[in-house]
Every structure is written in structure tokens, then in C-alpha cells.
Design a protein around this ligand. Structure first.
Ligand code: GLY
Length: 578
């Protein structure tokens, strides 16, 4: 035997063994359970009727902007919980040629609004005033938004877009189990605010049963008539015409302060999106008066240095990093953010890497940072789920992310019976009094105090994501203060945890918003030992059966160009694609 050959042979054998062991340790790609797949068209919204109307508009040759008007208006019919003819919203878009933009048609405070309009004689906040009834209503922006989008980006006549929506309002929609449960929850409030004679006064009758049941069809001919007038007369119908007059009369009858002048003055505003990055992704988000784009960018920047994919999805370390970043971003939100037409907001600094690094300097895996020790950052020279979102990608390559709201469920609960829609309670998104939480527990400062004609700060986060310069995802969700963190986790689920779009929207979520200093977890989805480990590090855990964190709808473009729709399992959301 030639012993000289044994040594190199040993090396070769060891090398082969190491190679083999590497092979067996190599991570196998996850097999992904995909949602709805389609070649060229995808519409994902809170109701099947709305998604179908959007997809049909696209099949007839319309573009994503025509489709979004159809979907938005159809949600007014089939999803009155949040369909926002009486409210407002935001839209972020990316055209096939890469051009990006966003529009703000957020509600505004009426001219007669005052900073202390929700305070009693002792200066204490009266929560019900900013949440229910006519005083809670901000000047609606949705119709102005739809017409501005149509004028700049649409391709089909408005009357043609609205035709199937008017037909839906006349023929009616079928009430789902989820919807029936909501009507039931709110029946008594509807009755006390609107009386017993309106379409949505579903109060207890003599028979002690609800008028509406799951499976029933609800027709709304009054809304059909309103939409027909809008189709005929355009934007001015809502802001100056018969609809405006009816709305103002109705508001005044119920003790509201919105006038014809408020309506006439309302304009939607095109704004430059917030553009930031996370690893190889370009995140295109909504700027103020939404806090969504800024907070999302801040959180991404704060978590970027950490290896989330190595820590694992919803692992102890991932939850810690994300929670601590959320805590710091929400502390900044409450101090710096408000209507940009009334405040100078240091956006560039807030979303910079340097600022994010500074904010995370005191983070440690050993222990939670109590929110009492986290204030807004120091910048020199500076001091319900009840919304709805839809995502569309069209056959031309245009993408839209649109989030729209009445604020609370059915907004102020005030139903304009002669017009066929609910009115928002968006005034509660202002900081009614510094330090007093709104319905989402959010606390605001001077930047978001009530001023005439000012837009209230929002958390809505319609977002488009590019990868390697190409459209990759359009995504968003309802959920009040939890919107930002749900959008964040959905993007991370695909980017870092190898999920598909449907899996990413369905995955269990958690949320932290600085104050109150609690981490909220969706029920029955996070293990006891994980929650115990977090509690041992000083995190306060909240887990209640009723908690749902968002209802995310998104579209992902797969490497071969196929579209995957993700329609959240938490609602009746539906993806329709072709
Ligand atoms: N009304 C919820 C939001 O705009 O954040």
C-alpha cells in the first residue's frame, strides 16, 4: 500500500463528506400554497361583487384606474360598513411605465370646527361627540378623489364605469354571515341615531327579531339614484348640486356643522409618495396626512440591520425587533405627524438610515424597552378594522393600492337616508385633546390638533413595492392604528419568510403602537411558551378572542409574470383574476 497516497485521499474523502453534509443541511425552499392565480388581471377587495365589477371593467378594456372607481363605488353598495362615499381615502399607483404617484382625498375639518369642540366645560374630552352623530363628520372627499383620478388617469367614460354599480344597488347584494353579525352589533346604535325608518335601522321589531338576516338581499335604490345623478352631473353634483344641498340639510337637521361652503371648497390633492427601501425592495407609500408611508419606512429602516429570516417567522427575536421598531416609530408618529398643509414635517430625517440607527441604539434582546422610556426622537430645529382596502393590477401593467374609510364601523352611524350612504366619523382621528387617546388608543400632539379645513392624521397605508425595478406587490389593509404593522408584516412574510401572497395575508399577526405599552397578538396562533418568553423580557401581552389585526388584500407578481391575489381569510374578501 502506498501510504503517501493515503493523506490526500483522506482529504478528498473528508471534502466529499462535508459537501454531502452541507447538501443535507441546505435549506429546502418552502412549498408555497398559492392563492388565486391569473395571467394578466387581478382585483382583490372586501366583497366579491366589487372585485367582479372591477375585473369586468378591465375585461372591457378599461384600466386599473377605471376599475378602482368601479370597485370603490361598488363597496358603497355591498360593504356599507366601510364603503366611503360619505368618507375619504388615499390611493398609491405605479403605472406600467414606472411612473408613481399618490392622491389624498382625506376628509377635512369643517370651517366651523374648533380645537375644543369635543371638550366639556371642565376641558374634558366627550368621546361620543367625535365618534357618533353629525358632529363627528368630516367633509367627505371620496367623490372628489374619484373624479380627480378619472380626469388624470382614467380611460372609460364615468357613466359607463358606474353603470354596473348602479345596477348592483338596484338589484341588491346578499348579506353574508360576517355582515349580519356586524349589523346585529350596531342595530341599537343605528336606531338611536337614525330612528327606525331608514334602510339600515335594523333594530328589534315587535317580533323581537332583526329585520335583516344573513342570506337576505339588500337593495339600495336611493344610492342608485345618487350615483346616477353623479354619473350625469359629475363631481359638482356631490359638492354643489342637489346631493350637496340634501347632505347639508341632513347635517343641519342632525346638529352638524358642515355647510355648502365646506363642500364647495373641498379638493383632492395629488402628493409625492414616500419612497424608501428595504434590502432590494423599493417601498412606495402614502405621505402625510397619512402616517402610513412614513411609519412603514421608519420601521423597515430600523429592522433592516437584523437577520429576521434567520431568526424565523414570528420567532421570539423577530417579534422583539419588529415590536421595538414599531414602538419607536409610533412615538414619532404621535408627535411629528399631521396635515402637511398645516405642519412642517421632517420626513427626510424621519425615514433616514442615520435616524433609524440612532432610534434603535438602546434596543436590547435581553429586555423590552418600556414605552415610558421612549419619547419621540429629537430632530434639531423641530419639536377597526373599519376601513377597507383593495389592490388591482391590470392587463397593461398598471397597479393601484387604495385604502378608503368612514373611520369607525359605519362611520358616525349616521345614515343619510335620502342619499343612501353612511357618513364618516373621521373627526375622531384628530387629537381631540393632547394626551387623550382616540378610538384606536392613539395619542396625538399639536401637529394633529383640530383646525378649520385641516385634514386629520391617518394610519392608512396603501403601498406598492418594486423589486429590481419591476412591480412586485400592491398591498394594504383596514385596521386603524394596526394598519401600518399589518402591511409591514405582510411584506416581510413574502420578502424574508418565503411565503406566497395568500399565505402572507393569512399568517398570524401582532401589533405594538408605543402607547398603550402592550403587544397585541391574534388569538390562538402564538404558542404559550413564546408568549411566556416575551413576558419574561418585560413585554405586556394582550390576546383576546375578538382581536383581528387587519384584513389585508394584495397582489404579488411572480417571477414568470403570473399574478397571485391574496384575499384575507379574516373577512369575505375575494380575489378575482383572469
Ligand atoms: N380612520 C382610520 C385612519 O385613517 O387611520
Amino acid at each position: 500500500m502506498n501510504f503517501k497516497l493515503l493523506k490526500p485521499l483522506g482529504f478528498i474523502l473528508t471534502f466529499i463528506l462535508v459537501l454531502n453534509s452541507c447538501k443535507t443541511e441546505q435549506k429546502q425552499p418552502r412549498s408555497i400554497q398559492r392563492g388565486k392565480l391569473a395571467d394578466s388581471i387581478m382585483v382583490v377587495s372586501a366583497r366579491e361583487e366589487a372585485s367582479r365589477i372591477g375585473a369586468e371593467i378591465l375585461k372591457q378594456g378599461g384600466n386599473a384606474f377605471d376599475a378602482l372607481i368601479g370597485v370603490d363605488m361598488a363597496l358603497n353598495v355591498a360593504y356599507p360598513f366601510a364603503g366611503s362615499l360619505g368618507g375619504g381615502g388615499f390611493m398609491v399607483y405605479r403605472k406600467a411605465n414606472g411612473e408613481i404617484g399618490s392622491i389624498d382625498y382625506r376628509e377635512k375639518a369643517p370651517i366651523a370646527a374648533t380645537h375644543d369642540m369635543y371638550l366639556d366645560e371642565n376641558g374634558d374630552a366627550i368621546a361620543s361627540l367625535s365618534r357618533e352623530g353629525a358632529l363627528a363628520v368630516g367633509v367627505p372627499g371620496t367623490i372628489a378623489g374619484m373624479f380627480a383620478i378619472h380626469e388624470k388617469l382614467g380611460s372609460m367614460p364615468m357613466a359607463e364605469i358606474l353603470e354596473p354599480v348602479i345596477a348592483l344597488a338596484e338589484k341588491g347584494y346578499v348579506v353574508t354571515e360576517n355582515q349580519w353579525n356586524r349589523y346585529r352589533n350596531y342595530a341599537a346604535v343605528f336606531d338611536s341615531i337614525n330612528g327606525m325608518e331608514t334602510l339600515y335601522s335594523v333594530g328589534f321589531r315587535e317580533s323581537d327579531s332583526l329585520k335583516v338576516k344573513a342570506g337576505d338581499t339588500i337593495k339600495n335604490p336611493v344610492l342608485a339614484a345618487t350615483l346616477r345623478r353623479i354619473a350625469q352631473n359629475g363631481k359638482s353634483e356631490f359638492y354643489e348640486g342637489e346631493t350637496a344641498q340634501k347632505l347639508v340639510n341632513f347635517m343641519q337637521k342632525h346638529g352638524g356643522i358642515i355647510t355648502l361652503e365646506d363642500l364647495k371648497n373641498y379638493e383632492a390633492v395629488w402628493r409625492r409618495p414616500i419612497v424608501s427601501s428595504y434590502k432590494n425592495l423599493k417601498i412606495i407609500g402614502m405621505p402625510p396626512p397619512s402616517s402610513g408611508g412614513v411609519c412603514l419606512a421608519q420601521i423597515f429602516k430600523m429592522i433592516e440591520p437584523y437577520k429576521l429570516s434567520t431568526y424565523g417567522h414570528n420567532s421570539l427575536k423577530s417579534i422583539q425587533v419588529i415590536t421595538e421598531a414599531e414602538r419607536r416609530a409610533y412615538a414619532d408618529r404621535s408627535f411629528f405627524l399631521g396635515d402637511p398643509d398645516f405642519n412642517d414635517i421632517p420626513i427626510e430625517t424621519l425615514i433616514s438610515t442615520e435616524y433609524a440607527t440612532e432610534r434603535m441604539e438602546n434596543f436590547s434582546f435581553k429586555q423590552a424597552t418600556p414605552s415610558s422610556e421612549v419619547e419621540h426622537g429629537v430632530i434639531p430645529g423641530y419639536e377597526s378594522m373599519e376601513t377597507t382596502h383593495f389592490s388591482i393590477v391590470d392587463q397593461y401593467g398598471n397597479a393601484v393600492a387604495l385604502t378608503t374609510t368612514l373611520n369607525g364601523a359605519y362611520g358616525s352611524k349616521l345614515y343619510a337616508d335620502e342619499l343612501g350612504f353612511f357618513l364618516n366619523n373621521e373627526m375622531d382621528d384628530f387629537s381631540v385633546k393632547p394626551g387623550v387617546p382616540n378610538m384606536f388608543g392613539l395619542i396625538g400632539a399639536a401637529a394633529n390638533k383640530i383646525e378649520p379645513q385641516k385634514r386629520m392624521l391617518s394610519s392608512m397605508t396603501p403601498t406598492i413595492v418594486e423589486k429590481d425595478g419591476k412591480l412586485w406587490m400592491t398591498v394594504g389593509t383596514p385596521g386603524g392604528s394596526t394598519i401600518i404593522t399589518s402591511v409591514l408584516q405582510t411584506i416581510l412574510n413574502v420578502a424574508d419568510f418565503e411565503m406566497g401572497m395568500q399565505e402572507a395575508v393569512d399568517a398570524p399577526r401582532f401589533h405594538h403602537q408605543w402607547l398603550p405599552d402592550v403587544v397585541t397578538f391574534e388569538p390562538n396562533t402564538f404558542g404559550k411558551s413564546l408568549l411566556d418568553s416575551l413576558a419574561a423580557k418585560g413585554y405586556q401581552i394582550r390576546q383576546e378572542n375578538s382581536v383581528i389585526l387587519g384584513k389585508v388584500d394584495g397582489v404579488l407578481v411572480l417571477p414568470d409574470g403570473t399574478l397571485e391575489g391574496g384575499a384575507d381569510r379574516r373577512g369575505d374578501d375575494t380575489a378575482v383574476g383572469y
